[in-house]
Design a protein around this ligand. Sequence first.
Ligand code: FE2
Length: 300
Amino acid sequence: MKFQWPENTSEVFSTEIITCQHDGHESEHFTDEGLADLLDRYPRDEMGIYKFPEHAEGKVKAIHGKAENLTGAELLEAVKRGQIWLNLRAVNNHLEEFEAIKQQLFSQLDDAASISSMKQDVGVLISSPNIHVHYHLDIPFVCLVQVRGEKTVSLYPAEPPFATASQIEAVVLKEQEEEMSFQHSFDKHVTALEMKPGMAVTWPQNAPHRVQNGDMLNVSLSCEYMTTSGLLRANAMYTNGVMRRSMGIDSSLPAKNGLGVVFKAVIARFIKIFKKTVEQKHTPITFEIDKETLLAKDIS
Ligand SMILES: [Fe+2]
């Protein structure tokens, strides 16, 4: 897979949205046959199967489902017909060909951005025509690689009021999943990217975003990674979150990492060692995809 990151990638990395062209959409992995095979081989119990309510103000939560007895081809057909979003996380840990894609992608991104990325993984998102993925943010950096279909990725600045320090901390502390509270007024500050097969994008860490699919099946690679400074910030946010919750101290991180950020990141390591396992609030499974109709059936 070949990427053509712009010349100035290293200058604007982590502060600006960067798009580029790639040739991954030409791969046989993403034909109907390739996807059905992928869906057969990826462990079904690790697959994230979701629906999303309509785009609206406030917090919109994903609805969690399962698809136990369907073949890969049936599951792909269900996605084409329905309103389903499949997240095959860290495919590179399960299938060799995606480990190769991971290495190609990150070696080129590292060179272009002058970074040494870490905690890299490649996920595959297979989603229905017209589905809308709610307003949320991701703690790691993300490189989204579009391979089939068209979608609009709406990106917002990684700062208040789009994402407050307290909200980001809640995601870092795993008090909630990644959804955030949206207001229509945010759209005055949106950068809307029309993603087509052969396009890729990476954006500043923690930038909130939402995604509207066009009227066709969509397939994207969601590639997450960290940099040294990104990891420091995530750990310092963890400490800030603990301080806010246990001592009422309201602090946010400076734009650039300094000694304070490093100090807080070190403290986070100690807190994590001594803290008991955090209980993550996963949404319960409330629908399943029916093998006969290939439609989502309520089981709540
Ligand atoms: Fe995301």
